[in-house]
Design a protein around this ligand. Sequence first.
Ligand SMILES: C[S@@+](CC[C@H](N)C(=O)[O-])C[C@H]1O[C@@H](n2cnc3c(N)ncnc32)[C@H](O)[C@@H]1O
Length: 215
Amino acid sequence: MEYEVLADQLRCPSGTDALDVAEEMNLSNGLTNQRCFDKLRMEDHDHFLEIGPGNGVFVQDLLKKARNISYIGVDWSADMVAAASKHNAQLMTESQVAFLQGNASILPFDTNAFDKVMTVHTLYFWENPAAQLAEIRRVLKPNGRFCLAFGDREFMQRLPFTSYGFTLYDRPSVEALLQSAGLQILDAELHQEWTKSIFDEVIEKKIHILICQPR
Ligand SMILES: C[S@@+](CC[C@H](N)C(=O)[O-])C[C@H]1O[C@@H](n2cnc3c(N)ncnc32)[C@H](O)[C@@H]1O
């Protein structure tokens, strides 16, 4: 797949390649997602929102972290919402899990609705990160936790597809955005792992995992 096409698919998986790209993302991003779940310290009855879950295969791992978690995933890809709904069909009939299609820049939820909000590898695609973070803060309960995971700029710019429309960030620039949005960082980890890239090469990844709460 050409780099530009791959970049488009990572931004919004769609069409005949969507499911394959989503499975590659599962292999490549699995450890990071599991680390985020652990760092969020899920509690019984938590209301959880994920922005950009892709095909939603990690949802079942999340639900094992505590009892009676309710989960909503918002993804702007119709194909990912369909795939995630298929993977989690049983949980959806039990109303424990739901997936919505839409741009998370406007979240169709009440203020203070969620105990936990998480997003992994989506920041690069946000048109207005300041507004997006303010929207996340709005839906987060005052004592809630937000987990933001993104690849460090220096690591990401070595990946050939990121020159096609990705906006890359280092930790200080994201900290400034969080601060402006009224979110304070409780914990910051530089998660490093040797893992298979989407090209089947083993690479060292450098991912920032920030845990924040409303100020
Ligand atoms: C690179 S994939 C990452 C998927 C998954 N979080 C993971 O860790 O493998 C980005 C996903 O987020 C979705 N996405 C990105 N920005 C979004 C936004 N602002 N609103 C809704 N969905 C978004 C894309 O459609 C895609 O499914």
